[in-house]
Design a protein around this ligand. Sequence first.
Ligand code: SME
Length: 167
Amino acid sequence: MAFKIEVTESKVKAEKYESLLPQIVALIKNENNLIANLGNVCSALKYSFESFIWVGFYLKCEDNQDELVLGPFQGRVACTRISFGKGVCGKAAESKKTVIVENVDEFTGHIVCDPMSKSEIVVPVIAEGEVIAVLDIDSGEYSSFDDTDKKYLEMMIENIKHIFSEK
Ligand code: SME
C-alpha cells in the first residue's frame, strides 16, 4: 500500500513535527522489518524539512560493541563505521545524550561525510540502558537544530524504538 506523508506547511518547526510524528508512527505500524521501517523513517524526515540534506541511522555493530555501522539513510554516501567517542555520532553514542552542533566546522573531531553539511543533530536510541543506534541528521544551514528538534526527535525515537527488537 502506498503511504503519503503530508506535513503541515508551517514556518513553526513544532507544528511540522506535531503533524509529522503521528504519520511516522502510522507508517511503521503494519511492518515489522527493521530495515524497511528505518528507511521509511529517514525518508519521511528528510522530505519534510527542506534544510535536511542527510538523515540516517547508525547501528551498534554486533561484532564490535564500541563501533557504529551505517544503517538505512537518505542522502549522499557516508562513512560506514564510526567508533564510540568519535565524531558527533560517536559522542552521542558514548554520552547516551543528544548532541546538537550549530556549526560542524567548530566541532573538534567532526567526521565530514557531505561537505554541504553545516549543522547536525544526533539522537541516541537507548534500550535497557544501552545505546543500540543513533539517528543522525545533517542540515545544509548553520544552527538548524535546537531544543525543539531535540524534544520531538527524542519523542519520535521513543515511539518507534520497539522496531529495533522486531528484526
Ligand atoms: N558527521 C558525522 C558523521 C556521519 S555523517 O554526517 C553522515 C559525525 O561527525 O559523526
